[in-house]
Ligand binder design. Structure first.
Ligand SMILES: Cc1ncc(COP(=O)(O)O)c(C=O)c1O
Length: 467
């Protein structure tokens, strides 16, 4: 470890922890740091690099969370097995210079997932930007525009995503969409013909299943556990058109795909020449460690990355994006044009300014604290009310968690009972393909509930379940 060259640049905006994490991760991926190799202690490395121990600790924790290293708090920290990946990314340089439902039932406490805190949308800032764009933009912005979206937004997004998510691409590879949902539909149209096979996580939202099926796909479900898709269960003789994953925060169970599984997926995709579709819908809100790097950053050649502003800002904006391998861009632009010509230009320009002026990152920073508090209210409330009759998982990221209630089956009768008690919860079984394994589990979204509503909701659940 003493021999490693780990230059930290204090003049960059990128935090030192992130710089260190990236360098160590890269050295593990490219084999410079090999499986079993011991890393310097946090104290030793902090001394050597002249940084605080916390910088090292956070970088190590992040690498540990992603499976790159092991033994974090034990006797020494070592590089994990299976975390190196043969690189073939030279053609993707990091340089960017080259050119719900709205039905509201009175007094219902609705634990619907994926809704951000609507009362905290930055109305004033957004309003000012919309006004400014409307007044100041050139009159050509009020005409028809290009299907891939405004260059201003594609450029700021490219910079933002590289910095925050390790997504590597040229702005030409990005198509602005009306939310992730349109991104998913475009992917389905691009890649699926009738009876084509798609490998998909099970469970996964039934909406996504329907989008792929409506295009004629036959879905091959692969079970997930607390580390995301169980990639070793993908039969080697499968030849799917693509594999669909939510690697940063599996929906709904909440696991994060380990580096070993990411590599397995990439190796499978390379061998079978299929694509990987990465849906990264809410990973900005990671409460333990910093955001997990994208799968796309490891395998840009054949990964399609789907992002959205629905969770970090508002689903009403209907703003999302697709990042595509170069060979798919032209057809995707055509499909987007057939679908709706383009996403509204003024909204795109407002968002570009919102990101460029730093409002997005400030908003995420603020909201992370809010969601952490709500998550804690929910977790501690569930534990206090149900003690060892409840198990909580999938809560390290995002706006929901999953609760398993021992000895409860969330059948129609129980759900009706809950609704009559003015509380709505969402069974995981709604989203499973192989039925039965999650009968006792519900998804509890907390993003748009106040602490009081969360507490009251738990009280109503307890009252209805009578446990
Ligand atoms: C896993 C997943 N992907 C995509 C979406 C769609 O998001 P959007 O509002 O951007 O269409 C959702 C919505 O909740 C989701 O849960």
């Amino acid at each position: 470890m003493n021999m490693l060259w780990l230059p930290l640049d204090r003049t960059l905006e990128v935090p030192l922890t992130r710089q260190l994490y990236h360098q160590l991760r890269q050295k593990i991926l490219n084999g410079e740091l090999q499986a079993g190799q011991r890393l310097a202690s946090t104290r030793q490395l902090a001394d050597e690099l002249k940084v605080s121990r916390n910088v090292i600790l956070e970088a190590y924790e992040q690498l540990y969370a992603e499976g790159f290293i092991q033994g974090l708090h034990g006797s020494g920290t070592y590089v994990s097995e299976g975390a190196s990946l043969e690189q073939s990314m030279d053609q993707y340089p990091l340089s960017l210079t080259d050119n719900s439902s709205n039905k509201h039932e009175t007094n219902m406490i609705d634990f619907r997932s994926g809704i951000p805190a609507l009362d905290l949308f930055p109305r004033n800032t957004w309003g000012k930007l919309v006004k400014r764009v409307s007044i100041e933009t050139s009159h050509t912005s009020f005409g028809y525009d290009s299907p891939e979206g405004r260059l201003e937004l594609r450029e700021v997004l490219t910079d933002y995503l590289l910095r925050t998510r390790g997504v590597r691409y040229h702005p030409n590879q990005l198509v602005i969409t009306s939310g992730a949902t349109q991104g998913l539909s475009l992917v389905a149209k691009l890649l699926i013909s009738t009876h084509n096979e798609v490998i998909i996580e099970d469970p996964i939202t039934h909406e996504i299943q329907s989008i792929f099926q409506s295009q004629g796909a036959s879905l091959y479900p692969v079970p997930v556990d607390e580390h995301g898709m169980k990639t070793d269960l993908i039969p080697l003789d499968k030849k799917p058109n693509f594999i669909f994953v939510t690697p940063s925060h599996q929906f709904p169970l909440g696991g994060t795909l380990t580096i070993q599984r990411r590599i397995q997926l990439i190796e499978f995709a390379r061998r079978t020449k299929c694509f990987i579709v990465e849906d990264d819908y809410d990973s900005e809100f990671r409460y333990e460690g910093s955001p997990i790097s994208s799968l796309q950053g490891l395998y840009p050649e054949r990964t399609i990355y789907i992002g959205t502003f629905s969770k970090i800002l508002s689903p009403a904006l209907r703003l999302g994006y697709l990042i595509l391998p170069p060979e798919l861009v032209e057809r995707c632009r055509d499909l987007k044009w057939f679908s709706d010509l383009h996403t509204p230009s003024l909204d795109q320009l407002s968002l570009a300014n919102f990101i460029e002026e730093g409002h997005l990152e400030r908003h995420i920073f603020k909201m992370k604290k809010v969601y952490m508090r709500k998550r804690e209210t929910l977790r501690s409330g569930l534990k206090a009310s149900f003690k060892d009759k409840v198990e909580i998982f999938g809560d390290s990221t995002g706006l929901h968690l999953v609760a398993r209630f021992i000895e409860v089956t969330f059948n129609d009768e129980v759900l009706k009972e809950l609704r009559e008690n003015k509380v709505k919860v969402y069974p995981v079984e709604l989203h499973t393909m192989e039925k039965g394994a999650y009968k006792d589990c519900v998804i509890l979204g907390y993003g748009n509930l106040s602490d009081e509503q969360i507490k009251e909701g738990i009280f109503r659940i307890k009252d209805a379940l009578k446990i």
